[in-house]
Structure formats: C-alpha cells, structure tokens
Design a protein around this ligand. Structure first.
Ligand code: CA
Length: 224
C-alpha cells in the first residue's frame, strides 16, 4: 500500500515513517502544503495521512482542492487534541477519519487498516481470499486448510496484500509497482516478476495467474 504522510514536524514524521514501513506501507513524506497537494494529486496513493497545520498551504485547503478535483483517496487528518472544530471542518472538507495529537503509532496503523478495508469494501477481521488468510500484525500468510504459516518479506507482504484487496481483477505491472514501492525506490518491473514468482512458490503456482500483455490476477475465478 502506498501511503503519503504529510507532516511538517520532522521528528514526528521520522518516527511515524519507521512504524508505517514496519507495518507494510510504502511511505512518501512531504512537509509542505503546496508540495503535498501536488504529490497527492499526481501519485496513486492508497491512503493519505494529513496534518492540518502546514507551511505553504493549510491541510484543510489541500484536502478541499483534492476533493474538488475528484481525488477520492482515503484521507486521515491529524488534528490538535480537543480541537473539535478542526474535526468538523476536516470532515466537511472530505476527511475519512481523524486522529488527535498526540497519538500512538499503533492507533494510527489500526485506523489506516480499517480505512483501507472500508475503501476496498472488505469485511472486518483478517483478510481472507481463496483459502489464504493474511495476518497484518505478523505479516504472515496462513493456509487454514493445511495449517501452514508462511513468513513473508516486506515486499512480498505488500504485494500479496495489494492482490488480496483486489481479487479477481487484472492488475498491470505498472499499477502493482506504483502501489508496492515508494517514490524513492527504483521501480523495476523485472524485479516485480521475481517477487510474483516467489509468492507463487509459497502459495501455489496457480495463486497468481498471468494475463499476457495485461498483467496478473490473484485467485483467478477458475481456481475458486
Ligand atoms: Ca503541523
């Protein structure tokens, strides 16, 4: 999952970034409102964490502009504690959730997972698709039928989660790369194939079907 973190407090964003990466997000950080508006409008993020007090342009204006441009990416705003009016203004501007500062990274991550489930129309509880269950806490794939518990690397986890949130859909290489890697990482679609083959080795050859010239499908309907 690609995540944009908009926060002008460098120490705060440094700590959050580490926690978010550990939780399996590919994270880009922006500290200025104008740049945030540009990045959020041009990169295909799955979710955005937006501080409201920003240099350059206020978080509320950034959010209003995204929504006016039909950018529907889920946005969680960071508000000052006890500033109820900020929450109201934030929801009016198009926020999907909020968190009052200070907060624990664990709460932010739990809220982001819930937000991503809602935006992908997934039920609550662990992600379960085609006989595979993904544990987002331990970043393991469980196969309940056999009791197998498979460890995943960070990239394998991000890739499998993206597939499981979009089952049965053709996902192009470009789209997968854009949602699995952050902006700084060199994006090489040949490397993506290596990871897809690793997932197939762990989950079964047929778990990810190739559509030549189009991309990949997770849990092809023929299988389930
Ligand atoms: Ca701030």
């Amino acid at each position: 999952m690609r995540l944009l973190l908009v926060e002008d407090d460098a120490l705060q964003s440094h700590h959050l970034r580490l926690a978010l990466i550990q939780a399996g997000f590919a994270v880009d950080i922006v500290a200025d409102g104008v740049e945030a508006e540009f990045m959020g409008g041009s990169e295909p993020y799955d979710v955005i964490v937006l501080d409201l007090g920003l240099p350059g342009r206020s978080g509320l204006d950034v959010l209003r502009h995204w929504r006016a441009a039909d950018n529907a990416t889920p946005v969680l705003i960071l508000t000052a504690r006890d500033a109820w009016h900020e929450k109201v203004d934030g929801f009016k501007a198009g926020a999907d959730d909020y968190l009052g500062k200070p907060f624990h990274a664990a709460e932010l991550i739990a809220r982001l997972h819930a937000l991503l489930r809602r935006s992908n129309a997934q039920p609550h509880g662990p992600l379960r698709v085609a006989g595979i269950e993904l544990n987002e806490e331990t970043q393991q794939a469980l196969i309940p039928a056999t009791g197998a518990r498979l460890d995943l690397t960070g990239t394998e986890f991000r890739l499998l989660r993206y597939f499981m949130l979009h089952p049965g859909r053709v996902l192009s290489k470009t789209r997968l790369v854009e949602h699995v890697y952050d902006f700084e990482t060199e994006r090489d679609s040949n490397v993506l194939e290596v990871y897809i083959n690793r997932l197939r080795r762990k989950l079964g050859r047929d778990s990810i079907a190739t559509r030549r010239g189009q991309g990949y499908i997770f849990s092809n309907a023929e299988l389930s």
